[in-house]
Each structure stands twice: as C-alpha cells, then as structure tokens.
Design a protein around this ligand. Structure first.
Ligand SMILES: [Zn+2]
Length: 136
C-alpha cells in the first residue's frame, strides 16, 4: 500500500529528477527516508557528468564469488567489460546451507503522469513549432 507520505516522497524524487536535467544529468532522482519520515539523503544520477565508464569497458573484474544480482546490475551499469569469478552462486549456496537473500517490500508503480514528466522532457525535448505552426 502506498501512503500519503509515500506520495510526498515520490513527488520529491520526481522533483530531484527534474532538477537533474538542468545540470545536464540523466533524469533520475532518489531519496532515502528515515523511520520518522526525515529525508536522510537525496541525489540524482550523475553518470554522464562524472564520465564514469571511459576505460571501464576494457577492464576485467576478478572476484572470489559470482556477483549477486545487485552487484551484477551495478557492474553492468558501470560498463565493466568482463567478470571472472571463482565460486558460482550455486557452489556458494552449497557452502552456506539455509541462507536466503533478504527481500524488501516494494510498492509501485505510482504517479505515472507525474513521474513521466522529467523522463519525457529529457528524451523528447519540446521543439518550438516551425513556420506554419505546430501540430493541428
Ligand atoms: Zn552483491
């Protein structure tokens, strides 16, 4: 269930995403809210401004265990070229019987019409109508 506070924080995350566009960054904003409803930290995606992957595509990560789904996603998005691991997830699980990855309750999607605004603005910038007017 998405609460009224959830909608407030979602709208703040959308505002952060909209602000990201003004600094040349991708339109993604997030925040972390504490147990009393306080905002602990907020940030937007800076991958383009930081110029992250330059040489990353030519690198290889060597790791003692196969990356978990979270790490694999981060590795893929950081643009690394290759991962080589020793233990597979299945082998690791055999060494740790009974272990279960934690799960997080997740609600959504919500606020589609509001959340799409910074995405649309970023990916389909409005162009002024040319001579003879716009559509219609
Ligand atoms: Zn991991």
């Amino acid at each position: 269930m998405i609460t009224a506070d959830d909608f407030t924080f979602l709208r703040r995350a959308i505002d952060i995403a909209a602000t990201a566009i003004t600094t040349g960054d991708d339109p993604y904003g997030s925040l972390l809210a504490g147990p009393r409803g306080e905002i602990l930290i907020e940030a937007h995606n800076t991958v383009r401004r930081d110029g992250d992957p330059g040489t990353a595509a030519r690198t290889t990560m060597y790791t003692s265990c196969q990356p978990c789904e979270m790490c694999a996603g981060a590795i893929a998005r950081s643009g690394l070229g290759r991962v080589v691991y020793a233990l597979s997830t299945e082998q690791w699980a055999q060494l740790n019987p009974g272990f279960a990855w934690p799960t997080v309750p997740s609600d959504g999607p919500a606020l589609f019409d509001e959340a799409r605004v910074p995405i649309d603005r970023y990916h389909r910038p409005q162009t002024p109508p040319g001579p003879g007017g716009g559509l219609g």
